[in-house]
Design a binder for this molecule. Sequence first.
Ligand code: FES
Length: 109
Amino acid sequence: MTDITQPSNSLVTEPSTPRCVRVCQNRTCKKQGAKEVLAAFEALPVADVSVMGSSCLGQCGNGPMVLILPDMVWYSGVQPQEVRLLVEQHLLGGQKVKQMLYYRFHPQK
Ligand code: FES
C-alpha cells in the first residue's frame, strides 16, 4: 500500500540499513571523471554512509555513474562540483536530486 503522507521524492529506508555510495571506477566512467567524483564524496563524509569505488555498473557511456544503496537510486553524468548537492539533498536531506537522476531507471513523468 502506498503511504500518501510521504512526498513522492522522499526516500524511505530502514534506519538500521547502512547506506553505501558506489561510484563506478571502470574505464568509461573514469574517462568521464569518476576518479574526481569519488574523491569529492570522500572529502564530504557522512555518518553511517560508506563510499566506495565500484567495478562497471553496466551503464557505460552515461557516467560518471553513482548508485546509492539500499535506496537503489542512480545518478548519471555526475560532476565533482555536484557531489555536495547529492550529499546535502540526498544523503543528509533524504530527497532525490531529480535533475541528476539517471533517466533509464528513473523516468521523469
Ligand atoms: S564504466 Fe561505469 S558503468 Fe560501465
